[in-house]
Design a protein around this ligand. Structure first.
Ligand code: G4P
Ligand code: NA
Ligand code: NA
Length: 188
């Protein structure tokens, strides 16, 4: 997706350890016009596939997910990172974050993820894929069906994309970064 790649080159910053900072338009301040274009691109790439629910993980996945849900006129549900105390029929998976080197729970209510659901997962980043695997685990626990997974930015030099495609999952990433070596942003 050209306008996204251009924006990443213009406003993205590279950090130690293969981290791309996009705080001015995705992760902190957000650009709704760009988010709308991102959602339109996801709608195009997943057209013809039966989907009746959009799913993501808080926090940064919510903005693109709700834009996709708006365009597809579908409900959007997000997995929460806090231990469920008052959640009814909580389903929980443990995600390991490489970036933060710790495990955290992700939970979703079985009231909002059911065997009737055909789910499109949307998230900002695909890195090692652990957050994505947490979403897949929740979908499996609920007996729902995974229809596909869409990411704004995929870091190809980490393993997530490989793991998900190996499982036969329909993965669409709108900007695929081949390398961030020497703090140079190189696209695939
Ligand atoms: P994984 O989910 O793909 O396995 O990756 P990892 O555990 O390393 O990522 C943990 C968090 O860091 C996720 O957000 C993920 O979106 C984000 N992330 C991974 N690589 C990058 C990167 O290069 N740049 C930025 N900006 N974020 C990255 P999170 O901690 O769940 O936070 P949030 O969604 O609440 O913002
Ligand atoms: Na995220
Ligand atoms: Na993030």
């Amino acid at each position: 997706m050209e306008i996204l790649k251009r924006r990443i080159l213009e406003d993205g910053a590279c950090f130690e350890g293969g981290i791309l900072k996009v705080d001015s338009f995705i992760n902190h301040q957000m650009d709704p016009q760009l988010m709308k274009s991102i959602a339109d691109e996801f709608v195009k790439r997943f057209s013809g596939i039966y989907i009746n629910k959009i799913m993501t993980i808080e926090a940064s996945g919510i903005a693109p997910a709700i834009m996709v849900g708006y365009q597809m006129q579908l409900p959007v549900v997000f997995a929460k990172k806090k231990e469920p105390k008052t959640m009814r029929h909580a389903l929980t998976s443990i995600v390991h974050s490489f970036t933060k080197d710790r495990d955290y729970p992700v939970s979703i209510s079985g009231e909002y993820l059911t065997p009737e659901d055909h789910v499109l997962c949307i998230d900002d980043f695909l890195a090692n894929g652990n957050a994505a695997l947490g979403m897949i685990d929740l979908i499996n626990q609920a007996g729902a069906t995974l229809a596909g997974m869409g990411f704004i930015i995929e870091k190809e030099f980490q393993n997530g994309g490989h793991i998900l495609r190996e499982k036969g999952i329909h993965v669409e990433s709108l900007a695929i970064i081949k390398s961030l070596d020497n703090c140079q942003i190189a696209f695939k």
